[in-house]
Write a protein that binds this ligand. Sequence first.
Ligand code: ASP
Length: 322
Amino acid sequence: MNRALLLLGLVALWATPLSAQNFPTKVVTMVVPFTAGGPTDTVARLIAAPMSKVLKQQVIVENVGGAGGTIAAARVAKASPDGYTILIHHIGMSTAPALYRKLPYKPLEDFEPIGLINEVPMTLVSRRDFPPKDLKDLIAYVKANKDKVTYANAGLGAASHLCGMLFMTTIQTDLTTVPYKGTADVIKDLLGGQVDFTCDQTTNTTSQIKAGRIKVYGVTTKTRLASLPNIPTMDEAGLKGFEVSVWHGLYGPKGTPKPVIETLTKALQVALKDATVKQRFNDLGTEPIAEKRATPEALRTQLKTETDRWSPIIKKAGVYAD
Ligand code: ASP
């Protein structure tokens, strides 16, 4: 029996390329589909540091923004499947197939999931001097001024776009949207007063809200957040059932050898237990996913479930890009 097992192990080892057995022997690039300084970038940089320690190789972050995150995903889908180029992406992985008619990749088929990272609430926020004082006011204001109000987002399929789309369909009002390559730039322009409002992850808005530099109308979770206890939920503030939660996952290109994916999953799981990661996530209104969900299987299931959930919502909204 033992001998049979040993033999099986040897065969598996023989079938695995040497490069996969030694992985990693050089820098690993984590591609972020939005600009530096935004919420996806923040999560990436926080986990890259402890992952580098586990892997004994540097995990560097590369920002490839544009088209709601689809440019970066397309790039990683075509990268060499060796574990040295990986993608961090959010809920947008599950919505792109319904939004983009010519998506150059299939999220469910062209990637090897590594694991889920976290779930993060969103906040509906505006420039500080935007007139509406609460959510009810905001709804009335945007309806009355729909030709001049601007809603900024990080492109079609970005979380900020999805949240805005849900908001506009719920209040049955179409607004002018202004696309950016990431919400780091959106917040900059909210601070400068160039755009009126947006919906963004708490990982990007919490410190600005606390400092009073932007106005907040609600959080998109069912219950209030410990990090922003005085902010009502959208549901409480007047939009019954309004709920959006953003989740992040880590992926390699399809065909990345299993031992390489296992090494990356292990590094992710260790990173999610890192004290700094936990603390920073906490401060920013999120928390690391439980270890049993920081796995390829859990991410695959999440991607499938969310793709099935969002497709009909997007089709009903009639939004798409060619
Ligand atoms: N929060 C952005 C979004 O709307 C993405 C980012 O800049 O990280 O999806």
